[in-house]
Design a protein around this ligand. Structure first.
Ligand SMILES: Cc1cc2nc3c(=O)[nH]c(=O)nc-3n(C[C@H](O)[C@H](O)[C@H](O)COP(=O)(O)OP(=O)(O)OC[C@H]3O[C@@H](n4cnc5c(N)ncnc54)[C@H](O)[C@@H]3O)c2cc1C
Length: 401
């Protein structure tokens, strides 16, 4: 399935930072990772660094799936409010999910620094706008709930918002714990660093068949090469493995564009924070170190790649109009626009853990809008499971929960 259309900005900006060999022989290893997006790269780094002989197999080029199409806002705030997640899965689980994401942003910052390669990580503040008066109460409850679990967040009043921005809103949550990154460069920097720890990475090496047996897993590539591993992780993004029940995941088309470099950021506040809102589908915005804005949202239920191509112009127009209304002082051109696919679970949490019906298999499917953050969580969690250490967070992200 073609999961992107148009030209994602990061692919133009970063091109193809590195190519890897195509697998041309049989291999043996402790862990095989299927998928070379940011999740596969995070896993590859964690496992190789821990001294585990790991082979990563990517069907196309590294980072050219959803990773290259994503807008790479790093937020601990999930698409589901902490208050709603608490109702759904209980207080301790909801608190743990939010805390894991807070820790993951700090972890990604450390990692970006440790691996080198300039992934353009930037600490940012994030502003979550109430779109309607009736959202204000929900934001007040959300602020209280987050503060109760030790996450500092402020509620902005209409006058606070007017002072900082060029638009009016009835309320907003201002959070200091957010970031942004170049997802393609980060992925390639991780793979390069993992390579220095012994990761074997192959691109243009699609895995066509896999089976499980007493000795572990046996993978076969489209060219017929075999990989024998003790365990395998499916980090295949929105190419959903057959053992994940389809009805538990809904696919959504999402749209984004990058502006030309902007002469000013009039009305964006002093630190070019991340911006998103309570409306569903939502509008969101970030900036880039080279002075552009990236705008995204306008999600639609996925109805096939052809429909996405047709919708792209219309949805980009919608996003551009909203951007212009919110920031009348910013003059911009749409330089690049593209569409991608999102997958969502009912509770907006990812699937991470053992693969049901595929013994010796794990999944690291960071569905939802926080995929990069959950990729980081997945790497730590699966390393624990692989090493037999157990991990009490596994239940939160279990398939079939
Ligand atoms: C427009 C858009 C905006 C987004 N914004 C954000 C955001 O702001 N913040 C955020 O955190 N997330 C965001 N996301 C989500 C984010 O992109 C994903 O969660 C993340 O990139 C997932 O990474 P991944 O490595 O799991 O998947 P992918 O990057 O899709 O990688 C999976 C890889 O597996 C490979 N593969 C699949 N099957 C096989 C096979 N059989 N053999 C070999 N290889 C295979 C694919 O070719 C692909 O490269 C956004 C997504 C989109 C589309």
């Amino acid at each position: 399935m073609d999961l992107t259309s148009g030209v994602p900005f990061w692919l133009v900006k970063g091109g193809l930072p590195a190519t890897y060999p195509k697998l041309d022989q049989d291999r043996r290893c402790d862990l095989a990772i299927i998928g070379g997006g940011v999740t596969g790269a995070l896993l590859g780094y964690r496992f190789a660094e821990a001294g585990i002989h790991t082979v990563l197999l990517e069907g196309r080029e590294m980072g050219y799936g959803s990773t290259g199409a994503c807008t790479a806002l790093l937020q601990y705030e999930l698409d589901i409010h902490l208050t709603d997640l608490t109702e759904r899965i209980g207080g301790p689980g909801a608190e743990r999910c939010y805390r894991l994401c807070v820790e993951a942003i700090a972890g990604i910052e450390r990692l970006a620094d440790e691996i080198g390669g300039d992934s353009d990580f930037r600490r940012k503040r994030s502003v979550y706008l109430a779109c309607k008066r009736r959202d204000v109460k929900a934001l007040e409850r959300e602020r209280t709930a987050r503060r109760e679990i030790g996450i500092e967040v402020d509620l902005l009043s209409p006058s606070d918002i007017r002072e900082r921005f060029s638009f009016d809103r009835p309320a907003a949550l201002l959070s200091r714990l957010a970031g942004e990154i170049d997802p393609l460069r980060f992925t390639h920097a991780l793979l390069a660093a993992a390579g220095r720890h012994g990761l074997e990475a192959y691109d243009r090496t699609g895995v066509a068949r896999y089976q499980s047996d007493r000795k572990g897993v046996l993978l076969e590539t489209a060219d017929g090469w075999r990989i024998r591993a003790r365990k395998a992780v499916f980090a295949t993004g929105y190419n959903i493995p057959p053992f994940v029940p389809r009805r538990s995941v809904s696919l959504t088309s999402t749209f984004a564009f990058a502006t030309s470099p902007l002469p000013t950021f009039d009305g964006w506040g002093e630190d070019r924070c991340l911006i998103w809102e309570t409306s569903r589908p939502y509008f969101y915005a970030r900036t880039t170190p080279d002075g552009r804005a990236i705008i995204g949202g306008a999600d639609q239920p996925f109805k096939g790649s052809h429909k996405v191509d047709r919708l792209q112009g219309r949805q980009t127009g919608r996003l551009a109009r909203q951007f212009a209304e919110m920031f009348p002082g910013i003059v911009f051109d749409v330089d690049w626009s593209w569409a991608g696919t999102f997958a969502e679970t009912a509770d907006c949490l990812p699937y991470i853990g053992v693969a049901p019906e595929f013994p010796n298999g794990y999944v690291a499917l960071g569905y939802g809008a926080n995929g990069i953050v959950f990729g980081y969580v997945a790497a730590d969690l699966l390393l624990d499971l692989f090493l037999g250490r157990g991990n009490s967070d596994a239940e939160l992200f279990r398939i079939g929960r």
